[in-house]
Write a protein that binds this ligand. Structure first.
Ligand SMILES: Nc1nc2c(ncn2[C@@H]2O[C@H](COP(=O)(O)OP(=O)(O)O)[C@@H](O)[C@H]2O)c(=O)[nH]1
Ligand SMILES: [Mg+2]
Length: 157
């Protein structure tokens, strides 16, 4: 088995150039690692690990490239809808009613599957009024006040 593996390697790298290339990469990595400070962030979920790491990137490196920023934008969209779904679920759990009953038809839109946005795609306009109106409802705000009881992200306000 060992012989077969080594003969395979020899065939694939007859002049040893691949091996030299790997050695060079290892040396470069070693050099790079000597100048690198590695930080291990430990903490419970939602304790701020990702936020600290993003802050360090913003302060000490050149921040985020356009592709990353675009991925954040699509994440913000799904987070907004997910937060509203969480609030509607909490209202059911804590028996809180929407004060404005005319908003009830908006619930099915919010509870339906969240569309995946393509890069550069605007937020679907159909969500704008339902989100604004639901957010303005005292029932939703009451659920929001109870947010610490069902792990509502505290950045939704
Ligand atoms: N008030 C406050 N909120 C924070 C701070 N750092 C993070 N957060 C918020 O806490 C939540 C969880 O943060 P995140 O970095 O995702 O936590 P992780 O789960 O440990 O990665 C997010 O809503 C953050 O906006 C902070 O220093 N102060
Ligand atoms: Mg995180």
């Amino acid at each position: 088995m060992g012989n077969r593996a080594s003969s395979f390697l020899v065939r694939k790298d007859p002049d040893g150039s691949k091996s030299k290339e790997i050695d060079k990469l290892l040396k470069e990595d070693e050099k790079k690692m000597k100048t690198e400070a590695r930080v291990l962030l430990l903490g419970a979920g939602e304790s701020g690990k990702s936020t600290v790491s993003r802050q360090m990137r913003l302060i000490h490196t050149c921040g985020f490239d356009p592709e990353e920023k675009e991925s954040f934008r699509t994440t913000v969209f799904s987070n907004i809808i997910e937060a509203m779904q969480t609030l509607l679920d909490a209202m059911k759990k804590y028996d809180i009613q929407l004060e404005d009953k005319s908003l009830i038809p908006h619930i099915s839109l919010i509870q339906s599957a969240i569309p995946d946005l393509n890069p550069g795609q605007a937020y679907p306009h159909v969500y704008l009024d339902p989100l604004k109106q639901l957010w303005g409802d005292p029932g939703i705000q009451k659920a929001c006040q109870l947010g610490n009881q069902f792990a509502l992200h505290d950045n939704i306000q």
